[in-house]
Each structure stands twice: as structure tokens, then as C-alpha cells.
Design a protein around this ligand. Sequence first.
Ligand code: U5P
Length: 209
Amino acid sequence: MKQLILALDVMDGEKAMEIAKKVAEHVDRIKVNYPLVLSAGVGIMKRLSEIKPVIADFKIADVPYTSSLIARIAFENSAESVIVHGFVGSDTLREVCRVAEEFGGKVYAVTELSSPGGEEFMSAVSLKIVEKAKEAGCHGLIAPSTRIERLREIRKAAGDMEILCPGIGAQKGSIEAVKYADGIIVGRGIYASGNPAEEARKLRRVLKI
Ligand code: U5P
């Protein structure tokens, strides 16, 4: 079954916990990012991981050593997986995968950002990123629901790597992405709605079709 991942980009820890509890029965995993972790502290990851597995979307993009420290902090604080930028190249990708392996965790590499700017530089190299991410041992990829034609190409190159797609909802990505992806990542479409549980339930129903 296709996964529904909540991107919990709120900036208040208690609010994050409240939303996570409300939507828990409809989502598979929770993705945290800088807005929440920098506001609420890294300890929020452990609390959320008691509700659902946590993906640490720190879009790691540094030299291998610094990247390994960031990945380690994420896993030591209960992350189930981390997201790394793919453009960093093989050495950083390999190093983050090595740390993940120590913890039995997973690594997802960003191919091209879902925002319009993702097309300016990243689209040109995203298929190469897929190749490098695969060679380095990444478990999966992040690819845009906002550019279905790119997603289709990325799917072809990815083989059996898992693909997670952000962009549905606030960024106007297409739900057609579920044809090519293993899961969708939705933030504002759920947490910024009047009724997060209901929105998550509706998306879950779409994923079952
Ligand atoms: N995200 C994207 N696009 C990417 C990679 C990651 O939107 O290419 C992340 C954002 O940082 C955010 C979430 O955490 O996915 C999407 O949230 P929203 O646009 O559904 O609110």
C-alpha cells in the first residue's frame, strides 16, 4: 500500500504533538524539518517517534564528516530515516549511508526540489543523482509531484528504490504522482487545514484507490 507521510512543519512542540496524535491513525510516518526541530528542540523527535516513525528531513548537504555528525544526531534522537541532498555527491552520500547502517536506519536522497527553482539546476542532474544514490546505498529518493514528467523519468531510473513525493496540496502537485511513487509527503494540506484528521483520512482513501 502507498504511504501517507505527514510533513509536520509547525513551530510549536505541543501543537506538533497534538496534530500528530489526531492524524496518527491515517498516516504511516511523520517527517520533521528545521522549522519544528529548531523551535521545539531535537527532543521532539523522540516524542513523535512514540506515535509514528520519524523521518528527519535535514536535507543534509555538507562535507562527509559534518554530514555524518548530523545524521548521527538524527538517529541518536530516534529518527527512523534521514533525508540528504543528492547533489552533494558520492562521498557524502556514502558516509551518511554508513552512519544509517550503524543504526539500522534509512537514507532518502533529494533528486530535484518540488519547487519551481528545482528546475533551474537540479532537473539537469537528477537522473545522475539517482544513479549515485543507488550506488551509495540509499534506500530511497525524494522526487517532485509537481513535475510528473520528471517523476516518471526518475521512477524509470530508480528501479526498486522507494520514492516519496512532496508537493501535493499547498504546492499544487498532482495526485497522479501516486502512480510512480511509493508514498506522498503532505504538510500544509493536512496540518494547516481546519480538520487535519479529516484531510489525512481523505488522502488515505485516495491512496487506497
Ligand atoms: N520538501 C518539499 N519538496 C522537496 C523536498 C522536500 O516540499 O522537493 C518538504 C518541505 O520542506 C516540506 C514538505 O517539509 O516536504 C512539504 O510540505 P507542504 O508543501 O505540503 O506544506
